[in-house]
Design a binder for this molecule. Structure first.
Ligand code: SAH
Length: 507
């Protein structure tokens, strides 16, 4: 450390003026002085800024934006007054168009640099990013921590980036307008009935978070109070223990009456979380008003959403991204498809109608239960779901079935019984879709995918760095990169989703 410092001519608290010439991975501005790199949050490419060094390393430093000396043509006034403190959005100062360009380049550069693909080749297969026409109020889910401000007043808001102090948020502009209406009712109720917000330090107080979800096509709204409740509980979880049975929140009936006035209020519940933890939701859910779930429609299918269900948070863009994945899958009605990392089966089920048979694999048991229910509710009979790690379920399935096939000499279309025929097709499907979390696919999973040798692989990714790494493995395994399409699911954040089509080289 000492050595590093002595070599470095720049120090903490030093003020520098620098031109921002590049954009970092998370959307931060990058400037260079004599080869020394400065990462400056909230500085926009094209700005000239004065910045104060917060942390100096040998070759680079993190600096705090003090003043914009010359404004970039890509700079705009943040729409949200607390955008800089809140930590939820990183790019509100950059025009939406420039932001889309940044995300397109980020995907492209990762595939070139980390995936080792030729730049010109990648440019030739990349399709333009799918942006939003109206990049505000796109989130269907919000989770507000409830606490007190310095004056002791109850407030709802967000934790300031990487801290545990709550910044009051009147109206978050990426969330739905109903959030504010609901929070106003909740806070007024808490003040009136003396309901204490949870205090992280002492572990005392009742209300920890308020979760609001909205079905964008149905309009239905769900509110779930995450509470540090240690009293008596109603019978079974989630079966609609209507208000009156147990009062989880003082004045519960009055609270539900007030909230029921919000248009399309459909479900009010509590989630019990008494742990000292960062995890927001407690697993025990009791409905205190209305239904247990809300419904939403995606790709023409109905999905039931409970407080704990995973459901993509930007339904408009999800529809477009999955539409792209479906187009890449190019199904004609008879194909066999595996959907790995399937969640509640959104992609699996939206492909079922144009496939012969679809298989979904997902690690979370509740999500698989949801997927099965969603299949049933939509009358889908050609979907099968497996619960487990993709990197375990797929190899086990492959080993078991290829042994069986070997021992009785089954081949595709050999006139065997339907089940055997299905199994053979599942061993060598037409399409494999993957939609893994940020860490990407496990190597064992990729290896098995290659053995199963589908004609097409559709890779849906939320992290273009791990995507690039996995594309290299698939490409070396005999697949050709055909199309790449980024999609902006999270406007004003540095994140970008991507759909990729790969085709087996010999087809
Ligand atoms: N396509 C899905 C969501 C994909 S998000 C949808 O739209 O609903 C990634 C999913 O992968 C999550 O549901 C997560 O629980 C699951 N997951 C994470 N690791 C996994 C693994 N090793 N094997 C299978 N699923 C996994």
């Amino acid at each position: 450390m000492g050595k590093e410092k002595s070599l470095c001519q720049y120090q903490k608290d030093q003020m520098l003026t620098v031109e921002i010439t590049d954009i970092g991975n998370d959307g931060e501005g990058i400037g260079k002085i004599d080869g020394y790199t400065l990462f400056i949050k909230d500085a926009v490419i094209g700005d000239k800024v004065r910045a104060k060094i917060m942390k100096a390393k040998k070759n680079y430093a993190y600096a705090h934006l003090e003043e914009v000396v010359e404004k970039s043509s890509y700079r705009q006034e943040a729409k949200c007054p607390i955008a800089r403190q809140c930590g939820g959005c990183q790019l509100q100062n950059m025009t939406y168009e420039r932001q889309l360009q940044f995300k397109q380049n980020k995907v492209r550069n990762n595939i070139v640099r980390l995936g080792g693909f030729d730049g010109e080749f990648v440019d030739s297969i990349m399709e333009p990013i799918i942006g939003m026409d109206e990049p505000w109020r796109y989130r269907n889910k919000a989770q507000y921590p409830i606490g007190r401000n310095r004056d002791g007043k109850i407030v709802a808001g967000y934790y300031a980036g990487r801290t545990h102090s709550i910044i009051p948020v009147d109206d978050c502009l990426i969330g739905v307008a109903e959030n504010k209406e609901i929070l106003d009712i909740v806070i007024a109720h808490m003040e009136k009935f003396g309901v204490a917000p949870y205090d992280e330090v002492s572990g005392k107080g009742l209300v920890r978070h308020v979760l609001v979800r909205k079905g964008f096509t149905s309009g239905q709204i769900m509110v779930c109070f995450v509470i540090n409740y240690r009293g008596r509980k109603s019978g079974s979880a989630g079966v609609g223990g209507k208000s009156g049975l147990v009062e989880y929140i003082p004045g519960q009936q009055a609270l539900c009456d007030a909230l029921s006035g919000v248009t399309e209020m459909t479900s009010i519940s509590v989630s019990i979380n008494t742990e000292k933890t960062n995890v927001i939701m407690g697993l025990e859910i009791h409905t205190i008003w209305g239904k247990d779930t809300i419904t939403d429609t995606l790709k023409g299918l109905q999905f039931e959403i409970s407080p704990l269900s995973f459901y993509q948070v930007n339904p408009k863009q999800t529809d477009k991204l999955y539409g792209q994945a479906i187009e890449y899958a190019a199904l004609t009605g008879s194909e066999t498809v595996w959907d790995l990392y399937c969640g509640i089966g959104t992609i699996t089920l939206s492909m079922a109608g144009s496939a012969g048979k679809v298989y979904g694999v997902e690690i979370i048991p509740e999500a698989i239960e949801d997927a099965k229910n969603n299949a049933r509710n939509n009358g889908i009979k050609n979907a099968e779901f497996y619960c487990g790690k993709a990197e375990e379920v797929l190899p086990e399935f492959y080993e078991r079935l290829s042994k069986e096939a070997e021992s009785d000499g089954t081949t595709v279309g050999s006139g065997m019984s339907g089940e055997k025929d299905d199994n053979t097709k599942a061993l060598h499907p037409d399409v494999i879709v993957v939609d893994p979390p940020r860490k990407g696919c496990d190597e064992k999973c990729l290896e098995t995918m290659l053995k199963m040798s589908p004609s097409r692989i559709v890779y849906v990714s939320c992290d273009s760095a791990t995507l690039a790494r996995d594309l290299r493995i698939l490409s070396d395994g005999g697949y050709e990169l055909k199309k790449v399409r980024p999609c902006d699911m999270f406007p004003w954040s540095g994140h970008v989703e991507t759909a990729v089509l790969l085709q087996r080289s010999d087809t």
